[in-house]
Design a protein around this ligand. Sequence first.
Ligand code: NAD
Length: 433
Amino acid sequence: MELTVVGCGYVGLVTAACFADLGNRVIGVDVDAVRVQALKKGRIPIYEPGLEEIVRRNIKDGRLTFQTSLADAVRASRIIFIAVGTPPAADGDVDLTAVRMVAAEIGKSLNGDKIIVNKSTVPVGMADAVGDMAQKSARGKKHKVRVVSNPEFLREGTAVTDFMHPDRVVVGSSDKRAAEAVADLYRPLDAHVIVTDVRSAEMIKYASNAFLATKISFINEIASLCEKLGADVAAVANGMGKDKRIGREFLYAGVGFGGSCLPKDVAALRRAVEKAGLTPRLLAAVLEVNESQRRSVVEKLSDGLGKLAGKTVAVLGLAFKPSTDDLREAVSQTVLPQLIRAGAKVRAYDPAANEGSKRNHPQAVYCKSALDAAKGAHAAVVLTEWNEFVELDLVKLRGVMAGQKPVLVDGRNVYDPDKAKAAGFTYRGVGRG
Ligand code: NAD
């Protein structure tokens, strides 16, 4: 099958590469000419384990190509996936500029009937709007455009595995044949394909992300109470998680959720509730709890250090989660400027995201390793649970730091509090007594 995937970012590139690996001929299209040039040479612009190998293999075998011309790609394909970014707009709504541009361009380039697949996360009703936009810009051409919603649930860091072994594939359309054509693409995966009407498919994506965010904010609120009452939230979450109705996943207390999806998708859903004339009580609370968790990082550092001015703080972990270089809505990106404004000297390290963070916050010193970052620091704070931080030798870490009893803010609860204290730290986890 000839496919086009528009947008070669975290989702589009994985989609293009994996569908090519499943035997389709795929054209990846992106407006970013530099990105396309690099991709043509098999160099991927993001950190995503396992992806580069698949991209290279499929370029070599002639199934995967990249280009900037959407018009040519549309003419060569029957199915066109839209996987461009849908960033947050200032009012919490979704910025749909890129999706609209692509829809209009597809319409202009029609040379036959096409199926447009919305893989970008877009508000309920957008599939209908994309169809209208494409049809309108087709200016009287007789070709038919059918739109399918096929939201993506992959996680950065495990994107390839998630794509190839999905918990479910959601396909929504008002056109049965279009839905079947898209479902067929996933047949080699032996996946559980859920076919729904188009608006339910769009809602499934938002509702799923909002539910995951709710679990995180719920356990974070419990964590705050545990801190006051002397309970350990990790033990509480274990005890809760054994109940199959609850489950352990996403019940990890920490410094809050970030990334390109949860914050923006919950905000967009809250906005959708408001626009529908309803009151988003729960969603507003989920975001509010998350904000207070993010603020707690600097509060805990100030508690431990007193004045931050003149103190050196090692920030371990910048990406919003391990195994990615993605800094969108990462906690680090609000903590770094707060610390710098307060007069602290920041020494930061992330295995994959140093470069990106340096562009955003050049005032911090970027280091080669956790131990390097901790050199001479009065406090260390772990914001991302990369394995190399989880496995750090705390005695060694303590050894390179300054002061009698440096502060360790364990923003992801990765250390045993007793071991951290025994290593000589003033330890502050999240929700631990
Ligand atoms: P991204 O920013 O990594 O990639 C978007 C790509 O689209 C960029 O390469 C950009 O240059 C390109 N682009 C923008 N406008 C374009 C245009 N007019 N024509 C062609 N290319 C264009 O974004 P992403 O993280 O891959 O997210 C894409 C969509 O998938 C979003 O709606 C997001 O919410 C959703 N999503 C993301 C994830 C994730 O983990 N990142 C998971 C599930 C769903």
